[in-house]
Design a protein around this ligand. Structure first.
Ligand SMILES: Nc1ncnc2c1ncn2[C@@H]1O[C@H](COP(=O)(O)OP(=O)(O)OP(=O)(O)O)[C@@H](O)[C@H]1O
Ligand SMILES: [Mg+2]
Length: 255
């Protein structure tokens, strides 16, 4: 098991947002968390990655209790993530956005990413950044563009490149298609499916797009008001009467 969270409780001031949430993710699995707006999905992500500390409960990563570790230490252990709203350096070009986390990863491992006298990335670092950009479908002629000129969908894609550059053991995707056009969304779904098949990486994701969920998820958990109301194979969860009522209901437009 790569990730094991037990009885997570979390409050913002007086507002209790997570009520004893537990989840287990196996190596190589794609584990999806769904639930209505405000259910606590992003909060759960923050607790898992260490951006917020739970008020109770434990998080273990590959058997190690990481509950008390801050986000940067969990990142070094292998947590990579993207955000509901993409976080990238908008004034830097695409290539530099990917070079930075590669260099950081190399430094964190105690090695030097290149010659100390040079501002340029080393040949190896540059080649790795180029490979990631290429694999995610950014053509060479755009590598020097500033990230601020990217479309929303491309920003999310670049953020994905940044997450991959850290070579994560587990990839945490908070709504990878948030705010995307339907065609960008389909492209992202295809990309994730291919990426998952090629790398076998473990993914934990939240998503509102049900087509994407049913295409990608091996396991599905439903949160409602900070409580787990169902977890299991996606098809079984979809057909669970309680899930239909609280989430997929309203005419069953998502089912
Ligand atoms: N920083 C914060 N301070 C106070 N309350 C917060 C904070 N962040 C979230 N909340 C509240 O916590 C609850 C859960 O929010 P959260 O963002 O985790 O939900 P979500 O499931 O990710 O929703 P969405 O589908 O809209 O992204 C909501 O009631 C929200 O208003
Ligand atoms: Mg959210």
């Amino acid at each position: 098991m790569i990730l094991d969270a037990q009885n997570i409780e979390m409050s913002y001031g007086q507002l209790k947002v997570l009520h004893g949430v537990s989840l287990q993710v196996e190596e190589g699995q794609t584990f999806a968390i769904i639930g209505p707006n405000g259910a606590g999905k992003t909060t759960l992500f923050k607790v898992l990655t260490g951006e917020r500390m739970a008020s109770a409960g434990t998080v273990s990563f590959r058997g190690q209790d990481v509950s008390k570790l801050p986000a940067f230490k969990r990142a070094r252990l292998g947590f990579g993530r993207t955000f509901q709203v993409a976080r990238i350096f908008t004034e830097l070009d695409l290539l530099t956005n990917v070079v930075i986390p590669i260099e950081a990863r190399i430094r964190a491992s105690g090695k030097s990413p290149g010659h100390w006298w040079s501002w340029e990335p080393s040949r190896e670092v540059r080649a790795e950044a180029e490979d990631i950009l290429e694999r995610l479908g950014f053509p060479r002629q755009r590598w020097e563009d500033e990230a601020q000129y990217l479309s929303h969908g491309d920003r999310k894609r670049l953020e994905f490149c940044v997450a991959l550059a850290t070579r994560p053991g587990i990839l945490m995707l908070d709504e990878p298609t948030a705010g995307m056009s339907p065609s960008d969304r389909r492209e992202m779904t295809r990309f994730l499916a291919r990426f998952k098949a090629e790398t076998g990486i473990t993914i934990v994701m939240t998503e509102h797009d049900m087509d994407l969920i049913f295409e990608l998820a091996d396991r599905l958990m439903v949160l409602n008001y900070g409580e787990v109301i169902a977890v299991g194979e996606p098809a079984a969860v979809r057909d669970d009467p309680m899930v239909r009522e609280v989430y997929l209901g309203k005419g069953g437009q998502h089912a």
